[in-house]
Design a protein around this ligand. Structure first.
Ligand SMILES: Cc1ncc(COP(=O)(O)O)c(C=O)c1O
Length: 398
């Protein structure tokens, strides 16, 4: 038999999707499954984007330029500028989702074995992107006890070696909901300047902030280290357009851009029709975001209130994105999550959660934690947490 590559063999399974076959079995049994495992919002896509797709008047669905349509990049730059984020059209390459932007970023700056420091827990696919590009993830552990705040800058600095190429942050964070302060971002900027590293910031949840005085500080505004900064963004969550598969990579560094362009040219172009939808989406009225954010804020508050009612559960209030990590009174969240789907129901209902170990790269971390996505309406969230509560009682009596 021809063999599989080491890279492919070592590629981790997605902790978000790996239990899907068990969810299918639960559904075949007629059980309703509350999906708390995946960040697929139930929020409607803005009307302007849907209309733009309906009105498409093309006779050929052609390739777009590899960097994406210029008209879209111009409008996107204006979108950032309206938020006082320093981006020009020539700083942007449109990608097939934020996922491709992350892959291009790692492919551009790392050689096999180069190290990327990432605060953990982190978005599980960072593992997969690092594996694909043969980069090594070096985790810096943040903990549930202090709301997953960035560990001290000295802790981060201790991990820097001659192989370190970048620090990768997600702001606000998936799976923690942690929002970096301007001071923390500036501390990281000082560190990357001192050691001449890249700072990659995944800002795909930049709009999803819920507390009055919180503001998002973009790495694109770090004037002093502009050449070291790469921002990743996406329309998936902003406009609830996950299926459009459109994102972007943004940087002021021309060498990075010209190298990313080679990868972009090799995959020819980002999706054509979806870029038309995304260009139109930029005209989405502010009222859409006001409604969406207020909906998520009340979902967050509901979820945290309900989780705090369960004995033995530890959870911190996320400041942004739409996830939280919950520590459960169990030993093995993988087994528990599978048992929920395979062997448990409360009046025909069960829940699917994402075991959190897959969001860590340090072995043994997160074993009793799960990631919960608050992408369901409040009524369903309350029912889902109630199922979780009753399930924990049964599971711990077993
Ligand atoms: C933190 C983070 N980065 C990147 C992505 C990928 O987004 P996209 O759908 O744009 O590929 C996701 C998707 O859930 C995410 O949560």
């Amino acid at each position: 038999m021809p063999t599989i590559s080491l890279k492919g063999t070592n590629m981790p399974e997605s902790p978000i999707r790996k239990l899907a076959p068990f969810a299918d079995i639960a559904k075949q049994k007629g059980h309703k499954v509350y999906h708390l495992n995946i960040g697929q919002p139930d929020i409607k896509t803005p009307e302007v984007a849907i209309e733009a797709v309906k009105n498409i008047d093309l006779t050929i669905i052609e390739y777009s330029p590899s960097a994406g349509y210029e008209s879209y990049r111009k409008k996107l730059a204006q979108f950032y500028q309206r938020q006082n984020v320093n981006v020009n059209p020539e700083d942007i390459i449109i990608t097939t989702g934020g996922s491709e932007a992350l892959l291009f970023a790692l492919a551009t700056i790392t050689d096999p074995g180069d190290e990327i420091i990432i605060p953990e827990p982190f978005y599980a696919n960072y593992h997969a992107f690092a594996s694909s590009t043969s980069a090594t993830v070096i985790p810096v552990i943040s903990s549930i006890e202090n709301g997953f705040a960035l560990p001290s800058i000295e802790e981060v600095e201790k991990l820097i070696t001659p192989k370190t190429k970048a620090i990768l942050i997600c702001n606000p964070g998936n799976p923690t909901g942690y929002l970096y302060t301007e001071a923390e971002i500036k501390q990281l900027a000082g560190l990357i300047k001192k050691h001449d590293l890249y700072l990659i910031a995944d800002e795909v949840y930049r709009e999803f902030l819920y507390d009055k005085d919180d503001v998002h500080y973009s790495v694109m505004n770090l004037e002093e280290v502009q050449q070291n900064v790469i921002m990743v963004d996406s329309v998936s969550k902003r406009y609830s357009m996950c299926g459009a598969r459109i994102g972007c990579l943004v940087t002021k560094n021309r060498d990075v851009l010209s190298t990313v362009m080679k990868f972009a040219q090799a995959r020819l172009s980002p999706p054509t029709i979806e870029q038309i939808a995304c260009e139109a989406a930029i005209d989405t009225p502010q009222s859409y975001f006001d409604e969406v954010i207020s909906e998520y804020k009340s979902r967050r508050d509901t979820l945290i209130t309900e989780l705090n009612k369960i004995e033995g559960v530890i959870v911190t209030k996320p400041k942004g994105a739409f996830y939280c990590i919950a520590q459960l009174p169990i030993d093995d969240a993988d087994q528990f999550a599978q048992w929920l789907l395979e062997s448990y129901d409360l009046n025909g209902e069960t829940v699917m959660v994402a075991p959190a170990a897959g969001f860590y790269s340090t072995p043994g971390m997160g074993l009793n934690q799960v990631r919960i996505a608050y992408v369901l309406n409040k009524k369903d969230l309350i029912s889902a947490v109630n199922v979780l509560k009753e399930a924990l009682l049964v599971y711990n009596k077993k």
